[in-house]
Design a protein. Structure first.
Length: 75
């Protein structure tokens, strides 16, 4: 397989995050090819329990992405 060369040093942080998100969306498009590791089920169970007990709350994905980007860019 030929390696893809991208001028990553020329991209902004936001562009790199967008590229990462685009790649992830494409990689996970086919659930027959992509399989989550078994330990993900345990993590999801822990998070469902934290949600049902009120220890955490749900965020809208778009709002969560904005918050994550803001926190990362502020460092």
């Amino acid at each position: 397989m030929e390696r893809v060369g991208l001028p990553l040093s020329e991209y902004t942080y936001e562009q790199k995050l967008d590229l990462l998100e685009t790649l992830w969306d494409d990689l996970t498009r086919d659930d027959k090819i992509f399989r989550s590791p078994d330990w993900h089920e345990e993590i999801l169970g822990d998070r469902e329990q934290a949600l049902s007990s009120g220890k955490v709350k749900i965020s809208d994905w778009e709002e969560a992405k904005k918050r994550i980007k803001k926190n990362v860019l502020c460092r």
